[in-house]
Design a protein around this ligand. Structure first.
Ligand code: ADP
Length: 230
């Protein structure tokens, strides 16, 4: 069982102001903690700052104020290269529109993050095989994204997110482009990876059906956390 008391991701009083027009305060003095092995769901109305929060947690963007820690890393101390390295090794991203590379096969998409950190090809191939079979796509390794259904593409993206054994998987509306059956499959897959591997998840979703998969639901409004349901 994962040690659920160990905080691996922490945001302290983060604020993000986009400098457009009069300025948009997308995340407002928000503090947030994720323990190892947790499955957190972040929800709230469109425009309340969910995607911004996820991008900040994943080091895709920097907060205007506040601090974020992942494992032993303090984001404000990292250079752009340091942050990119952290994203490659410690964070797995899953997006609404899958973001697979169209001219790479399923296998090549999943292997790419491993190649980027210099994992030996034989080891990358073995890990990729395990990952694609654990998401139920052992028979689709040679397929290109356009030869896969939406649900299958998202499962490839999940396998890719897990490639470098990240501390946390951050998923932004991962079922937003899927029908209800495929949405349930993807959420079930997350839950299985959470239970079987102790994989930590933070999933942004406004889909009510996604709620019952999480161990905690964080409700956001106007860039702030309004309520937490356990
Ligand atoms: P959600 O994911 O909950 O729909 P977002 O984080 O995408 O919310 O957006 C929060 C607020 O920040 C919205 O008002 C949105 O218009 C604004 N916003 C998001 N991204 C940008 C950006 N790159 N530049 C300016 N404003 C942005």
């Amino acid at each position: 069982m994962p040690d659920v008391d160990e905080v691996i991701l922490r945001a302290e009083e983060i604020t993000k102001i986009y400098l457009v027009g009069a300025g948009v305060r997308a995340v407002d003095h928000l503090s947030f903690e994720v323990a190892r092995g947790e499955f957190k769901l972040v929800t709230g109305p469109s425009g309340c700052g969910k995607s911004t929060l996820l991008a900040l947690l994943g080091g895709l963007d920097r907060p205007t104020y506040g601090e974020i820690y992942l494992g032993g890393h303090r984001y404000s101390e990292l250079s752009e290269n340091g942050l990119a390295e952290l994203r490659r090794t410690e964070v797995g991203f899953v997006f609404q529109f899958f973001n697979l590379l169209n001219d790479l096969t399923a296998q090549e998409n999943v292997e790419l993050p491993m190649r980027l950190i210099g994992l030996p090809p034989a080891e990358a191939a073995k890990r990729c095989e395990d990952l694609l079979s654990s998401v139920g796509l052992a028979d689709r390794v040679e397929h290109y994204p356009h030869e896969l259904s939406g649900g299958e593409q998202q499962r490839v993206a999940v396998a890719r997110a897990l490639a470098n054994e990240p501390a946390v998987v951050l998923a932004d509306e991962p079922t937003g482009n899927l029908d209800s059956e495929n949405s349930a499959d993807v959420m079930e897959l997350f839950r299985r990876l959470n239970v079987e591997r102790g994989q930590t998840f933070v999933v942004v979703s406004h889909d009510e059906a996604a709620h019952h998969y999480a161990s905690e639901i964080v409700h956001m409004e106007d860039g702030m956390i309004r309520r937490v349901e356990v």
